[in-house]
Design a protein around this ligand. Structure first.
Ligand code: HEC
Ligand code: HEC
Ligand code: HEC
Ligand code: HEC
Ligand code: HEC
Length: 439
């Protein structure tokens, strides 16, 4: 059944049974959206930045699609299937609101070209607000296609374009536009699957008015723009023929992903992600090892949320510690990476772990009913890790500490993509070295 709401968009009053939330999802014809290439005709710099970003790639991302399809297979519980069919709502929001793909299994069909362009210009710039601060429940007001593009909302109060109407939107200047998609909850169980917005909101950056955009939309090559670095303005033009602006918000949206953006051949965003990771944390080693206990402090100095954040049951951030005595004798080595990309099981690992209905750890988010473990570092907070040395005869030892990050466990990627297909890079986020006295 179709009903028409005041804004002239169609509401699906009754949808296929597998999508509990779709009765609330307004429907918009795909033809109402303007392609990013058209926007790029005038906003060429912004378009070039966005084109290689994880937003542009969110539907094309093979890791995402292979995981989504793999997770779907073998599920029998209808509540779990509902979640597994819901992935497309964020990964291709324009496709989802226009009905193709409506569900994850549609990935096996031919999907219209525009819907394959991920989180795109016209979706974000048609947004007027959010119904909820999770699961991509944004309200949008798109135009009627290329010939009648409607109103594009943004941060200026005085901008003019011959092509589209413009409107100031406070929503675009605040973290809420990001949080509406970046906080992810299980559609049936409510399990909090990703929470960067929530972590930001309860943290020190929100209190100081430093928004997601203040870091992520100031970054450009050579300017990491994190909590521990300057975040200078990026003066220039927002459109060809437009006026000079004090700051033009950048659209690279670099995070921690150093792999997928580089797969297309352009390394710019992968390098920016690495730069971002290298300005997120610091390590320090205590000068004294009381009772033979070496202490290493890990501080989140640069991220506006926990490290790691987002998909943190998949992301891996861990400490490697090497303690050597006289003549280079190894007294302790924890957190080393094996030749096949296998992580030492004794490594101090920062991540989250979900539990299924029997309380067992589970990787498939569709089966995530609870959070069994959350070991991450809050913004501007630190944790102290202790390593006990046994049988030390030295009065001092050399300690080397390294903080590493990778997108996912190599074994997990092998199980999804096939062995030897993709080698997951590890990024060195921070390191420290010290001669430590034993007491
Ligand atoms: C024919 C050229 C042209 C095209 C095509 C175009 N724009 Fe614009 N747009 C402009 C100009 C010029 C401005 C004004 C820039 C300024 O004031 O600095 C502008 C301003 C904007 C603003 C700022 C609005 C504000 O008030 O803050 C947004 C957002 C925007 N455009 C988005 C888009 C999107 C999305 C598309 C594609 C659907 C698009 N534009 C297509 C020329 C264009
Ligand atoms: C994920 C959502 C999102 C996507 C996708 C996106 N933008 Fe933006 N854009 C924003 C936000 C948010 C701002 C304003 C940031 C602020 O004020 O804090 C912005 C600002 C702008 C502006 C104002 C000038 C500036 O950069 O400061 C223009 C023009 C613009 N975007 C055009 C585009 C075009 C063209 C595309 C596609 C190539 C695009 N945007 C894709 C969210 C998005
Ligand atoms: C329509 C939903 C949506 C909105 C709105 C949105 N994002 Fe995203 N964003 C995504 C999705 C989906 C991905 C991940 C794609 C993937 O990894 O396959 C992503 C990826 C990212 C990444 C890259 C993560 C990585 O691992 O490298 C960053 C950074 C990011 N977004 C920041 C922002 C910021 C800042 C805003 C607000 C200005 C925003 N996003 C708004 C959906 C959204
Ligand atoms: C003070 C600066 C700062 C602010 C504010 C900030 N971030 Fe980040 N963000 C970072 C840094 C540094 C990293 C890299 C470390 C990491 O991956 O956690 C990052 C990484 C990310 C990632 C990639 C996570 C991963 O490893 O897959 C996402 C997604 C993201 N941020 C989203 C957001 C959103 C959404 C907001 C607002 C709610 C936000 N960020 C606010 C600095 C910031
Ligand atoms: C409410 C929005 C939303 C929904 C729904 C969603 N995702 Fe995502 N997904 C994101 C965001 C945002 C990121 C980026 C987070 C980060 O980088 O930490 C992401 C990243 C990913 C990645 C990492 C890709 C990479 O290149 O590392 C995978 C895999 C993924 N999602 C799978 C899924 C699956 C499977 C589902 C459905 C069960 C799903 N997502 C549903 C928002 C969503």
């Amino acid at each position: 059944m179709l009903t028409v709401n005041r804004a002239g968009s169609f509401m699906f009053a009754a949808c296929a049974l597998f999508l509990s939330s779709c009765s609330k999802t307004p429907h918009y014809e795909l033809s109402r959206f303007v392609s990013p290439e058209t926007c790029g005709g005038c906003h060429d710099t912004i378009y070039e930045q966005w084109r290689g970003s994880m937003h542009s790639l969110s539907h094309g991302d093979v890791l995402y699609r292979e995981v989504a399809l793999k997770d779907l297979r073998g599920l029998t519980d209808p509540d779990e299937i509902k979640e597994a069919e819901h992935c497309v709502s964020c990964h291709t929001p324009v496709g989802f609101v226009s009905g193709m793909p409506r569900k994850t299994s549609d990935h096996m069909k031919t999907i219209p070209e525009l819907a394959r362009k991920g989180v795109q210009c016209d979706y974000c710039h048609s947004a007027t607000g959010a119904r909820k601060m999770y699961n991509a429940e944004l309200n949008i007001d798109p135009g009627h296609g290329e010939d009648d593009p409607g109103t594009k909302r943004g941060p200026y109060g005085d901008s003019e374009s011959d092509y589209h109407k413009t409107k100031y939107s406070g929503f675009h200047t605040r973290s809420e536009i990001c949080g509406a998609c970046h906080d992810v909850r299980h559609v049936v169980f409510g399990t909090k699957l990703e929470t960067p917005y929530e972590e930001w909101k309860r943290g020190p950056y929100a209190a100081r008015g430093i928004e997601c955009q203040s870091c992520h939309m100031y970054q450009r090559p050579g300017v990491p723009a994190t909590g521990s670095t300057p975040r200078p303005d990026n003066p220039g033009k927002a459109a060809a023929g437009g006026p000079e602006r004090k700051h033009v918000f950048t659209h690279y949206f670099a995070g921690g992903n150093t792999l997928v953006p580089a797969m297309s051949g352009d390394k710019t965003i992968a390098e920016m992600a690495e730069e971002r990771l290298k300005h997120a944390a610091t390590l320090s080693i205590a000068a004294m090892a009381e009772g033979g206990v070496v202490k290493v402090t890990v501080a989140n100095t640069g991220a506006g949320h926990c490290i790691p954040t987002g998909l943190s049951h998949v992301r891996q951030m861990w400490l490697e510690i090497l303690v050597t005595g006289r003549g280079g004798r190894v007294l302790l080595h924890s957190g080393a990476l094996g030749r096949d990309g296998r992580l030492d099981p004794s490594a101090v690992l920062y991540n989250t772990v979900f539990g299924d209905k029997t309380g067992k750890p589970v990787m498939n988010v569709a089966q995530a009913r609870e959070i069994l473990r959350d070991r991450r570092i809050e913004p501007l907070a630190n944790v102290v890790e202790e390593y006990r040395l046994s049988d030390v005869k030295e009065t001092s030892v050399d300690v080397e500490a390294k903080l590493w990050y990778r997108l996912a466990d190599q074994k997990l990627v092998d199980s999804v993509m096939g062995r030897g297909k993709i080698s997951v890079p590890a990024v060195l986020m921070a390191s420290a070295k010290k001669r430590v006295r034993i007491r």
